[in-house]
Design a protein around this ligand. Structure first.
Ligand code: PLP
Length: 369
């Protein structure tokens, strides 16, 4: 008997590994594995989710009109050039399925966000991973990887899991050198956390070109990862494509209400950003004080280099035994590293204590300095 089978390349995809949230047996779990904001759900978003229950027997507004208006107002953008998705992942899939496909290559960097690869292979594309330099996207190498078959390119800025950031001017020069038929997707999931003056989330480049898109999310600083809401700002032709192919009701009633409320929550982003600006350096310095290398990051997380795969696995196991979940990043080609989210002040302290105690107990297992 023959069984139904997908296209062969589908079975080469490894399922996305999400950050875990529970440790069986631990009385308290400190979850620093998914880069969620440190402060939970904005209070007004929580109220909006409860209030949305009433109308949930009706389909949502498929065009997310009120939400696009609110986003447009917040960032000074034309709502007609915004498309919302069930998380930005939803939109990343739609880009791959509509601009990728058999014979259409997708280019990403070696340690780029794993959804680009999964969605690209799913679409039937060849996905080319370009080596990085110092765990930073190498724009010259990305350019050199472009062929006549290239149609789509993804750059997360800052990148997850490395935390590295590219200056806006470099990306603009890079865009100018790219063939016009290559759609450049700037994934700015961590934009709200970036304080570096050379950074731009992508709005300027989207406005200046007809082939650049910026994606954003409510999953990180806005504290709504569980609601699944993301959006993109795109040229009219790309908006038109997305509105043809996306799920017609891809953002739920509760998610739209929550996002609108979160945007209006006074001081939410400012507080989250200020906290991160204070505690990311504390987290990094605390871990670096144990002798471990911590990579510079512009996001709400840091990448810790344990030196060897064995040391990374041992540190992960040790932290877990103390109720702390960080993120293994072997799937990103970094099996000797662990990614740690910037949590609350207390959680940052616990993470630093965890690494400190690990290094005190097993200093020989890791290559220091
Ligand atoms: C977290 C993250 C996203 C956001 O995904 P959502 O689907 O919006 O939750 C997108 N890109 C990168 C690089 C991320 O780290």
């Amino acid at each position: 008997m023959t069984a139904p089978s997908p296209r062969p390349e589908i079975l080469t995809i490894h399922p996305y590994v999400a950050g875990e949230s529970e440790l069986p047996g631990a009385n308290r779990t400190v979850k620093l594995s998914s880069n969620e904001g440190a402060f939970g759900v904005p209070p007004s978003a929580r109220a909006a989710i409860v209030a949305a229950a009433e109308g949930s027997y009706r389909y949502p507004d498929g065009g997310a009109g009120r939400l696009r208006d609110a986003i447009g107002k917040r960032w000074g953008l034309d709502p007609a050039r915004i498309v919302c998705g069930a998380g930005s992942d939803d939109l990343l899939y739609q880009f791959c399925l509509s601009y990728g496909g058999p014979g259409r290559d997708i280019v990403m960097s070696e340690h780029g966000f794993s959804i680009y690869y999964i969605a690209g292979i799913y679409a039937g594309s060849r996905v080319i991973k370009v080596p990085e330099r110092n765990l930073t996207t190498d724009l010259d190498a990305m350019l050199a990887a472009v062929s006549p078959a290239t149609r789509l390119m993804f750059i997360a800025n800052p990148n997850n899991p490395t935390g590295s950031m590219l200056p806006a001017d470099d990306i603009a020069r890079f865009r100018a050198a790219l063939p016009p038929e290559v759609l450049l997707v700037l994934d700015s999931a961590y934009a709200e956390y970036v304080t570096h003056p050379a950074y731009d989330a992508g709005v300027k480049l989207v406005d200046a070109t007809s082939n650049t898109v910026m994606t954003r999310t409510f999953s990180k600083i806005y504290g709504l990862g569980g609601m699944r809401i993301g959006w993109c700002y795109a040229p009219p032709a790309v908006v038109d494509v997305l509105n043809r192919v996306r799920g017609p009701f891809n953002v739920s009633v509760a998610a739209q209400a929550a996002a609108i409320a979160a945007l209006a929550e006074p001081g939410w982003v400012e507080t989250g950003c200020a906290h991160n600006a204070e505690y990311r350096p504390k987290l990094a310095a605390g871990i670096a004080a144990t002798g471990l290398k911590v990579w510079p990051s512009e996001g709400n997380f840091v990448l810790v280099d344990l030196g060897t795969v064995e040391a990374a696995d041992a540190a992960d196991a040790f932290l877990r035994s103390n109720g702390i979940i960080v993120r293994k990043v072997a799937g990103y080609g970094l099996p000797h590293c662990l990614r740690v989210t910037v949590g609350t002040a207390e959680e940052v302290g616990l993470a630093v204590d965890g690494f400190t105690e690990f290094m005190r107990q097993s200093p020989d297992r890791t290559s220091r300095g």
